[in-house]
Write a protein that binds this ligand. Structure first.
Ligand SMILES: NC(=O)c1ccc[n+]([C@@H]2O[C@H](COP(=O)([O-])OP(=O)(O)OC[C@H]3O[C@@H](n4cnc5c(N)ncnc54)[C@H](OP(=O)(O)O)[C@@H]3O)[C@@H](O)[C@H]2O)c1
Length: 213
């Protein structure tokens, strides 16, 4: 597949490396290509483009930017470049205020998640929440003694979720489909739970697993 990854931070860089590893053609999209000059030397098969070039390039798009900038980045990507496409949304709506006893603050409410806001503004795009509930260092083929960890996903389009599940399978995850876009109200705060262990116990290498009877 041709995958366009919007963002240039640790999540974007990690996922691009994962897509390249699994044989996908990949472009990383940033407002400032110069900041990726050194990174490109160690990732020569990835392409670097503008945000709109990257959205146009991708048959599948990944959104991996600061949560408060997500809507602006999608506007810069262009509605037409995103129409009808799967956008895997790794973003968390983390507020600028500091955590309280290790608990992050969000700028969203429990009735209005970030992905719902994005889905409302870009109704022709098929958003699927994915990769938001684990640290970047464990996103691609993580190894745990207990086996494959669980990635919680949600979104309105079943076809887009099926492609996401295929990608997650390649990336070493089992997928738990939690339903429509509103389930992002529950999946986004998993980031708070995940980070709490980091802030309070300096443990940053864990992942969630859903156990069924
Ligand atoms: N770090 C993790 O382990 C982790 C794990 C799971 C989920 N997440 C979530 O994944 C997303 C990316 O995280 P990250 O740690 O890789 O990077 P980040 O520092 O949260 O975001 C960096 C990216 O955001 C873009 N950005 C920042 N401010 C912007 C603005 N005002 N307008 C447009 N773009 C802006 C930058 O784009 P330019 O390149 O154009 O400057 C850069 O690519 C976040 O939403 C985060 O909460 C992070």
């Amino acid at each position: 597949m041709k995958v366009g990854v919007l963002g240039s931070g640790s999540v974007a860089q990690t996922l691009v490396a994962g897509f390249v590893k699994h044989g996908h053609q990949t472009m990383i999209g940033t407002r400032d290509k110069a900041k990726l000059t050194d990174w490109l030397k160690t990732n020569p098969t990835a392409q670097v483009g503008s945000v709109s070039d990257t959205a146009a390039f991708g048959e599948v798009v990944v959104l991996a930017v600061k949560g408060s900038a997500a809507a602006d980045v999608l506007r810069a990507a262009g509605t037409a470049n995103l129409a009808g496409k799967l956008v895997m949304d790794a973003c968390n709506p983390i507020a600028d205020a500091p955590p309280v006893n290790g608990v992050l603050k969000f700028f969203t409410t429990l009735d209005n998640s970030l992905m719902e806001q994005l889905q409302r503004e870009f109704p022709t795009t098929h958003f699927v929440k994915a990769f938001n509930s684990v640290g970047a260092g464990r996103m691609v083929n993580p190894e745990f003694k207990a086996g494959r960890p669980t990635m919680f996903i949600c979104g309105n389009d079943d076809g887009a979720k099926a492609i996401t599940a295929q990608i997650l399978e390649q990336f070493g995850w089992e997928t738990a489909d939690m339903g429509k876009v509103e389930a992002a109200r529950a999946i986004e705060p998993l980031c708070m739970l995940w980070c709490t262990l980091g802030f309070t116990k300096n443990e940053w290498t864990h992942a969630f697993k859903l156990l069924h009877q």
